[in-house]
Design a protein around this ligand. Sequence first.
Ligand code: CTP
Ligand code: MG
Length: 239
Amino acid sequence: MSVDPTRVGVIVVAAGAGERLGHGIPKALVQCAGRTLLEHALDGVFAAAVAGHVRVVVPAGAAKLRSIVEAQRQPRVTVSAVDGGASRPESVRAGLDALPDDVDIVLVHDAARALTPPQVFRAVVTAVRNGAAAVVPGIAVSDTIKVVEGNTVTSTLDRTSLRAIQTPQGFDAATLRAAHGASRSDSVITDDAMLVESLGIPVSVGQGDPLAFKVTTPNDLMLAEALVHQARRYAREQQ
Ligand code: CTP
Ligand code: MG
């Protein structure tokens, strides 16, 4: 089914401090193979070409990030920067408030998942367009996951039913607005799908991608840099 991009919005949340990365600057501003993580993330969003509206949520007062957003020029896409909040859900709400009222699909994407391939965005939009209220990309878990209390294992989860969930997460716009309207403590909310789940609305899982990993620690940044260099080498070889 074809998708009218003017009715699709993407919120790119980039207002985090990046404490675990430890560069002392917002993570979205950290360089990865010569470009900021935010620029890499926006490349994927624009290459997907699914949305007519992109709102990038940046830390309040982050002039450099704001100017990166304001320098983006995309035909038929409105792009603007919005001040974020102290928690990720607050930042998502700021992005949501900045989207036009008539968007009917909203994707929420972590800028920290800077190398997410365009096809992940397309698959998520298609799934929502085909009727899912909420869709998340997921990948199989390779570690054994145990539940621990104190220093003691209380159970071991069945890995075959576990998925590591990524972004972009896609929603019917009214569902996402309702989910964010319900009050609860932001501190335990690690993604938007959790809010939808708590309303009792089913969340579908689509195919994620290893390249949609989140740059969280210095190791992740090293991996991202190596992957960007490898992709550039490959592109040169194809010329
Ligand atoms: N995020 C946000 N607003 C916040 C917190 C997080 O927009 N108040 C965004 C981050 O910018 C990131 C995404 O949510 O793109 C996922 O968060 P995370 O990986 O935890 O990034 P940070 O919060 O920046 O990192 P840390 O927790 O290590 O400080
Ligand atoms: Mg964080």
